[in-house]
Design a protein around this ligand. Structure first.
Ligand code: SAM
Length: 279
């Protein structure tokens, strides 16, 4: 590390399956830091060995976050850079690191992120569900009764929802989601960036028929569609009128406005035609 630069914690995203998604910058940082803090040294060793990197590793888990944080701060105090990685994807995203980042901020050392893959975003962009606004929820509680409560809290959220789930719980989670949300559109993305990557797109009831789901998976569910009556009707009509005035066809204008307000296209179209007839 140069003398006039603060010691830095690098938050390094690593591949979620396909090792060729690693960037030159990721490799340079993992080579250059004094130590790599990781969840499981055996997993990170596979990555390091593949790229012939021999940097020292130490462990950093959820269950010893406080203690490992102190250890990492000592490296930074000695002027040594540290990289934090998780088993896959971004550290801190359903993975350890939150305590550490806050302590590093408190102590005034540098923090730099090194971009890379993330399962949630990979799944979201290919799901076919709305991407303009979304909520990343991560894992639901492993207890069914708690998971139900969490889903109840999300029931009226109008934006796309992203969940991580384990294969042995996915069937129960899909049926719970169907009970709480009703038959919304959804997408189950499996084994992203790997040989058997696949997307199951359909309604929640259709996804509930899938059997023997294996591997790593992300579940994306559409948000609650706003009822057209919840939205200021005059505002919507004015927006449609404006687009039509600018030369857009009525149907297209209605679709654009409905999308912008998370409203049902058909209901809005019918309401618009009715309003025009009344005028
Ligand atoms: N930090 C990671 C990230 O940025 O995506 C997530 C870690 S979390 C402990 C692991 C969960 O992420 C898995 O149970 C699964 O839900 C999801 N996941 C990770 N890799 C995946 C992949 N290749 N395909 C689908 N889902 C994946």
């Amino acid at each position: 590390m140069s003398l006039n630069r603060k010691a830095t914690l690098f938050l390094v995203a690593t591949p979620i399956g396909n090792l060729s998604e690693v960037s030159d910058r990721t490799l340079n940082v993992l080579n250059d830091v004094a130590v790599i803090a990781c969840e499981d040294t055996r997993n990170t060793l596979k990555l390091l060995s593949h790229f012939d990197i021999h940097t020292r590793m130490i462990t950093y888990h959820n269950f010893n976050e406080k203690e490992s944080t102190r250890g990492i701060i000592r490296f930074l105090e000695e002027g040594k850079d540290v990289a934090l990685v998780s088993d896959a994807g971004y550290p801190l995203i359903s993975d350890p690191g939150y305590e550490l980042v806050n302590e590093v901020i408190r102590c005034g050392y540098g923090i730099v992120t090194v971009s890379g893959p993330n399962a949630a975003l990979n799944a979201l962009v290919a799901s076919g569900l709305k991407t303009s606004h979304y909520l990343f929820y991560g894992f639901l509680n492993a207890k069914q009764s708690q998971a139900r409560k969490e889903l109840e809290e999300l029931k009226d959220f109008p934006y796309t929802l992203i969940f991580y789930e384990a294969p042995h719980r996915i069937e129960k989670t899909l049926s719970l989601a169907l009970q709480v949300f009703g038959d919304r559109k959804a997408c189950l993305a499996r084994e992203l960036t790997k040989l058997h990557e696949e997307y199951h797109r359909g309604s929640l009831s259709e996804l509930c028929n899938l059997k023997d789901l294996k591997g790593e998976m992300v579940l994306i569910i559409e948000g609650k569609e706003k009822q057209t009556e919840d939205i200021d009707q005059n505002e919507l009509m004015e927006e449609i009128d404006q687009l039509v005035k600018e030369g857009m066809r009525t149907k297209e204008a209605v679709n654009q406005v409905a999308e912008g307000h998370q409203a049902s296209k058909n209901t809005l179209y019918n309401a618009y035609l009715k309003r025009k007839k009344e005028l």
